[in-house]
Each structure stands twice: as structure tokens, then as C-alpha cells.
Design a binder for this molecule. Sequence first.
Ligand code: ADP
Length: 230
Amino acid sequence: MNPILHIQDLTKTYQSTDHTLTVLDNINFSVEEGSTISIIGPSGSGKTTLLGLCAGLDRSSSGIVELNGIRLDTLSEDARAQVRNQYVGFIFQNFQLLPTLTALENVMVPLELRGEKNIKPQALELLDKVGLAERAHHYPTQLSGGEQQRVSLARAFSNKPKILFTDEPTGNLDAETSEKVVKLIFDLNREAGTTLVLVTHDAELAAKTQRILRVKGGKLVSDERTGVAV
Ligand code: ADP
């Protein structure tokens, strides 16, 4: 096994004036490169926090987070951002598009950060892939939820991520758009070998991945293979 993500004794706590809240408690798992995995569990169980730590958006209180052989838990915010730009795609439930930029410009940002040339045609091609070429010059507020989600997907793809983290990727979408988005995500795994880590409450979507981790009260309570072929 060749893990792209290795999590060891991971703990995340938040400190308030009178007590310590343990949100993640001694989590251990590894994710094989090119595989697909879901993280499920009740609301408030720590799924989003776990995803953010795995993707280097946030830092653990203790424990190891190793992504593509790089220890994220010991890196500064800036160094983690560099690792993210290089290897990671992230799709949030609330899209997090930059509101002052058009769809096209939002997709161009990661390409620019990577120092790529000829970024406009590349970004247009990505928007075309998600069926939004004709919306390239629209601003996020001029797009529907499903369209914003697809821009967010094109932006994540533009990073040519080795690993894609998605937080409830279909949470706000109607059934038809949700199906399209899921197909695009799994195509990326099949065609480019991108590892997928999905946080979802959708059992049907989780069953499409090769492995399901269940989190409850900040603990990893089960880790099962679904039987989906590698
Ligand atoms: P889930 O994604 O499973 O719904 P979250 O990871 O969003 O769960 O949250 C897990 C717990 O951590 C919740 O109780 C939440 O209130 C708490 N939490 C998340 N972020 C913070 C924060 N910045 N400060 C304090 N508590 C937080």
C-alpha cells in the first residue's frame, strides 16, 4: 500500500475560558493513493474538522498529518498553503467562490498560483468540462447554486490535485445536478487517478466509494471496505 494520506494519533481540541472541547480524539487511518473514501457520521461528530486537518486548512492539536509524504502538522500556515496549491483540491458545501471575480477568474486563481502559462484557455476548457463555458463571465451571485458548485469543481480540478477533499459536495444541489457533480468527481478519480475523500451524509454516495469511515463524538468508530472495485 502506498498511502497518500497518513493520520496518526490525531487530536483536535478547542479551548474556551472554562473548559477544553475535544472535537477529534486520537484518530488513526491511512488512505491509499488513487482510492476513494467517504467519511460519514452524525452532525457535530467532527467530520468537517477532520477534513480540514487532512487538507492542511487547519492544524492539529497533537498527532501526525502526512500528505504525499509531507508532515503538515509541523508546517507554518504559509507552508501548508503551498502544499495545498501543489497537491490538494477542496470543494466546500458553501462553494467559497471569490465574489468579486467571474467564474473564469475564479478558476484561473489556482493556475496563476501555480505559475502556469496560458491560464485563460486552460480555465475555459475546465469550465467547458463542467458544462459552464457560456457562464464564464458571470459573477458568483449571477449563478445558481448548482452552477456555483460546478465552478467550484472546475477550480478544484484546475489544481490537478493528487487528492480531492469534498465536504457534502451535493448538499445544496437538486437530484439532476447532484448526479452530474458526482460523475465529474468520480471521472477525475478514474481518468487522473485523483484520490477522493468525501464527507457526506448521503449513504448512496458513500456506497460508491471503496471505503467508509464512520466518525462519532470525535472518534473513528468504524472503517469498512464497501466492495467497490479498485
Ligand atoms: P460535523 O462536520 O461532523 O458536523 P464539525 O467538524 O463541523 O462536525 O464540528 C465538530 C464539533 O466541533 C462541533 O461540536 C463544533 O461545534 C465544534 N467546533 C468546530 N469548529 C470549532 C471552533 N472553531 N471552535 C470551537 N468549536 C468548534
